[in-house]
Ligand binder design. Structure first.
Ligand code: HEC
Ligand code: HEC
Ligand code: HEC
Ligand code: HEC
Ligand code: HEC
Length: 250
């Protein structure tokens, strides 16, 4: 087996197995192409590590083009017949992500925050999906990074006990904890707890995510606080059942 063939096999062995056959990936994931252009290689790597590659989504799902065409000029035929970065430009990126994350997109676009920035001529500065999530890498944001995203426009005021960026960070920490409690109870909870979780709590957790994307921090504060009380009580009940043998998050 020659070395180049081995290299190719290795590279494709690293691709998630659930991906469709697709000329974008054949070319952009090809080790020769990657070695020839480090910027393109970086892009490919970002995508490879993202939740989207894990979910079986390829380049074409955000950039458009023809994923059956072998030649670059034919594959590169994006919507609007413009250039390959057309659908990921600032003016269109929310709609591109929103094509799949529709509820969050609508919450975000209809939010007071977004409307206000648009109507005050701050269209260019307004946060978009990728301000917070990143573009190619789009993924979860650790709570420790969220304050920095708000800081440029929300500098702490003198005499404030909690600045807006600090508040965003605190709430996000709480949402992360809610996520951990949610998973714990879904995995280990009794039938009664799981039924209650699915029927009563999950819809409220989903609503919390929408309120977060509207940047309605007051609402998020109140509702996440109430959910935390309920989920913590369920955790304590579980913990008693397991007599402390369960690693339970606090
Ligand atoms: C035959 C190889 C080949 C195929 C097939 C291919 N690409 Fe590319 N692509 C390239 C090369 C080389 C570049 C960098 C040179 C350029 O921009 O023309 C590039 C650039 C890009 C860029 C950046 C454009 C810019 O303006 O910076 C995007 C986005 C892109 N490709 C997406 C795709 C998508 C989506 C597909 C599949 C529908 C695809 N490519 C298929 C080789 C290919
Ligand atoms: C989840 C959507 C999404 C997917 C999937 C995706 N991209 Fe992108 N891509 C973006 C966004 C958004 C930008 C522009 C913003 C940025 O700089 O991150 C971008 C920018 C690029 C750029 C230009 C980078 C630059 O620095 O100018 C290239 C090249 C590119 N993508 C190639 C690809 C290739 C190749 C794939 C598949 C392996 C792919 N993209 C998959 C969303 C995506
Ligand atoms: C073609 C459909 C599609 C497009 C376009 C798309 N996504 Fe996704 N996204 C998915 C799927 C499928 C998943 C994985 C399942 C899930 O977590 O919902 C996902 C997951 C995510 C996650 C959650 C990650 C996690 O760990 O739970 C975030 C955040 C995200 N996408 C943001 C974005 C952003 C930002 C864009 C635009 C740059 C975008 N998505 C474009 C379909 C899409
Ligand atoms: C102000 C920052 C910010 C903006 C702007 C933003 N998000 Fe989020 N998003 C978050 C945070 C924080 C979370 C919760 C933590 C996490 O999952 O990363 C989140 C969670 C998500 C999730 C995961 C949902 C789940 O089931 O866990 C998706 C999908 C998502 N956002 C998509 C989008 C899309 C699409 C846009 C643009 C319309 C967008 N986000 C704009 C901060 C933002
Ligand atoms: C591009 C600038 C910009 C960014 C980035 C930005 N905002 Fe704002 N935000 C504004 C403007 C402008 C207003 C309305 C005027 C005001 O109250 O300061 C506002 C108002 C708000 C309000 C309501 C008013 C208040 O002070 O209580 C909240 C809540 C808010 N933003 C949250 C956030 C959060 C959380 C982030 C970061 C994830 C963020 N914003 C990022 C520009 C921005």
């Amino acid at each position: 087996m020659n070395a180049m063939f081995l290299l190719l096999c290795l590279a494709f062995a690293l691709l998630p197995a659930n991906l469709p056959a697709d000329t974008c990936l054949n070319c952009h994931g090809n080790p020769l192409e990657r070695a020839a252009d480090s910027a393109l290689d970086d892009c490919f790597q970002l995508w490879l590590d993202s939740p989207h590659s894990l979910a079986g989504l390829s380049c074409v799902h955000c950039h458009g083009g023809d994923p059956a065409a072998e030649a670059m000029n034919l594959a590169h035929q994006p919507p609007g017949d413009e250039e390959m970065l057309w659908s990921t430009r600032k003016q269109r990126i929310n709609a591109t992500c929103g094509g799949c994350h529709e509820e969050i997109f609508l919450a975000f676009e209809e939010s007071e925050h977004d409307q206000l920035l648009k109507s005050s001529g701050q269209e260019e500065e307004r946060p978009t999906c990728i301000t917070c999530h990143g573009g190619m890498a789009a993924g979860r944001i650790p709570s420790s990074e969220v304050a920095a995203l708000c800081l440029p426009c929300h500098a702490p005021q003198e005499g404030q006990t909690e600045s807006l960026p600090e508040k965003a960070e605190r709430l996000l920490e709480r949402m992360e904890l809610l996520g951990r409690l949610h998973r714990l109870i879904a995995l280990k909870g009794s039938d009664r707890q799981c039924t209650h979780l699915r029927a009563k709590l999950v819809p409220r957790i989903n609503q919390l995510l929408l309120d977060w994307h509207k940047l309605e921090l007051e609402k998020v504060d109140v509702h996440s606080g109430a959910l935390l009380v309920e989920l913590s009580a369920m955790r304590d009940e579980l913990s008693k059942q397991f007599q402390g043998k369960l690693p339970v998050p606090n």
